[in-house]
Design a protein. Sequence first.
Length: 218
Amino acid sequence: MNILIIGGNRGIGLELCRQYATRGARVLATCRNAPGLLRESGAEILDGVDVSSARGIRKLQSGLGKTPLHLLIHNAGKLTRENLDDMDFDRIENQFIVNTLGPLRVIHALYDHLLPKSRIGIVSSRMGSLGDNTSGGMYGYRISKAAVNAAGVSLARDLEPMKIAVALLHPGLVATDMTGGRGIPPSKAASGLIEVMDQLTLANTGRFWHAEGYELPW
Ligand SMILES: NC(=O)c1ccc[n+]([C@@H]2O[C@H](COP(=O)([O-])OP(=O)(O)OC[C@H]3O[C@@H](n4cnc5c(N)ncnc54)[C@H](OP(=O)(O)O)[C@@H]3O)[C@@H](O)[C@H]2O)c1
């Protein structure tokens, strides 16, 4: 089984690589420039893959060659915090470029590597849920994750005839650089996401899942 993890060098992505490799899968993992602990994860490393640039996507395509993919998880993402008193539109735009257009660019570039019964996971966030937004703020992150959810549903519809299923994923609040170390261990989040991906079929494609296994509101 060939598995591609986009953004595998730290945090949740690194744990996904470790756990899938331990299961015996062939794991290919991307990073931008510093593989770090990814070197010891058992994954094959594709470096120079910045999902915000056409150049990064070309690097990904050339690194992959013709490798077929049974599972693709787009994990890479970024978070900055904007509120009404600090509305930095460049930062908001940058999160949209990475968190929304990044997964769309990657999946658009690679969907011909997928096979019938291949699966795609897009690591989104509960922060992108409109129904769950009770605390406001976080403009760029919320917008970018809500938008990637919209893209993910369209991808699920468009890829269904090719028998490819898509899940939008929320890992929980996870102790990584992104949260300043607050939350559950990345290993727990990754094992939950892997369980959700194990259950993904065409019968439940295009839905938004918490890593604990329940559905989230859009
Ligand atoms: N942690 C949480 O509580 C939480 C909650 C909900 C959702 N999420 C989502 O889970 C995913 C992983 O988050 P994390 O907590 O593990 O964060 P993290 O530790 O900050 O890791 C982020 C990963 O994304 C990569 N990345 C960022 N910008 C990129 C770009 N332009 N091109 C390619 N890769 C890029 C980073 O690579 P570099 O090392 O090169 O920067 C790194 O591998 C993200 O999509 C995040 O939004 C996290």
